[in-house]
Design a protein around this ligand. Structure first.
Ligand SMILES: [Ca+2]
Length: 368
């Protein structure tokens, strides 16, 4: 028995030693070509490669890969352009000082969450139709820093607002939209605000809710009313009514293995994009500065990965270029051989109010 054990031990040792040597050699040989560590894998997939402005796709089950696109086009979509991506024709240096890492001549694109309410900032007039019952009023007030509406309502009465929608837009049946506005009161009067479907809003600097407009005019109506019977409210200031679509609000790039140069392999990646405040936008009137933007990477049905996210938030001041960056720290990209997309690079606007922002230089880099 001892002899057999010794023999087995010897055989095992003989098998193990070359295995260890092989592993050692592998770990030092770095099998991944240098190009993966040195190149932007999106060198041929900048924002100029874009299909999101196209018509309803013939086969919504097969998303366009290797071009920037809007995710809502592949849901139950009515064909309206709820997001916009356009070439400004200008370079990064034209908008703000160019920080290290961003090329001065990088092409700059404008990303917009379309505001479907017309004159909800009351710059022109009263932004639609106001209906005030006896002892109630809705007056356009131009005394402050920006025109807004001043509302009052007597006991057991209401003020109604039917916003104008932008030309050519008719809400689709059962569509989900985000209605947002600012409501301020100096009197702290108890107020109830109801949207379509009796969704209630709390007054605040910005209040929003997901609503479903009806498909016939006036499409949308808000009701402002005292919180209890036999009381009233005065001097409720409302402004900045916006409406945006709320399904598939992502600018995305789906990538199959062969869509990058060099081709995608399993591993960890970093996705970065530069953003800058848009000089054609305003903090307090339409077109607004985009208030927030989140970037991330998403797995597809063919792959597995876990990414963090990075978020931009608007701060009034001089425009500046800011780098958003997200890594596959939590779990590297993994996939079995497939021709289908294995990763989505995503600029998520699902929590954003309508507005504009500038984008430049999307990059995907392999790091591990
Ligand atoms: Ca205003």
């Amino acid at each position: 028995m001892k002899r057999i054990s010794r023999l087995m031990g010897g055989v095992l040792l003989a098998l193990t030693v070359p295995l260890l040597v092989t592993c050692d050699l592998l770990s030092y040989s770095r099998p991944i070509p240098d190009a993966y560590y040195s190149q932007n894998l999106l060198s041929s997939a900048g924002f100029s490669v874009f299909t999101g402005a196209g018509p309803v796709p013939a086969d919504p089950l097969v998303p366009d890969a290797a071009s920037w696109d809007f995710a809502y086009r592949y849901t139950d979509w009515d064909g309206y352009g709820y997001l916009g991506l356009t070439d400004t024709g200008a370079t990064a240096a034209s908008f703000a000082a160019v920080p290290e890492g961003l090329a001065a001549d990088a092409a700059v694109y404008r990303l917009e969450v379309v505001n479907l309410i017309f004159d909800g900032d009351f710059q022109i007039a009263t932004g639609g139709t106001w209906v005030d019952e006896d002892n109630s009023s809705a007056v356009r007030d131009t005394f402050g820093t920006t025109p807004r509406m001043r509302l009052s309502a007597g006991s057991n009465t209401s003020v109604y607002y039917r916003p104008s929608l932008i030309g050519g837009f008719v809400p689709p049946a059962n569509g989900a939209f985000r209605l947002s506005f600012a409501a301020e009161s100096t009197n702290f009067d108890p107020i109830r605000i109801f949207g379509p479907g009796e969704i209630s809003f709390d007054p605040g600097p910005f209040t929003s809710a997901i609503i479903t407009p009806v498909t016939t005019a006036p499409y949308l109506e808000l009701r402002f009313t005292p919180r209890e019977n036999n009381i009233n409210f005065t001097d409720l200031y409302v402004d900045d009514f916006t409406l945006s679509y709320n399904t598939g609000m992502r600018l995305r790039l789906l990538l199959s293995v062969a869509d990058t140069d060099p081709p995608l392999i399993g591993g960890r990646y970093r996705f970065t994009v530069w953003v800058c405040e848009d000089p054609t936008a305003f903090p307090d009137r339409s077109p607004y500065n985009l208030d927030r933007l989140r970037i991330t990477m998403l797995k597809t049905g063919q792959s597995y990965l876990e990414a963090g996210n990075d978020e931009y938030a608007f701060v009034a001041g001089s425009p500046s270029w800011k780098r958003l960056s997200v890594n596959l720290d939590a779990h590297a990209l993994q996939f079995d051989p497939t021709d289908l997309p294995v990763i989505e690079l995503s600029l998520d606007l699902s929590e954003s109010r309508p507005g504009r922002i500038l984008l430049a230089s999307p990059e995907l880099r392999f790091y591990d």
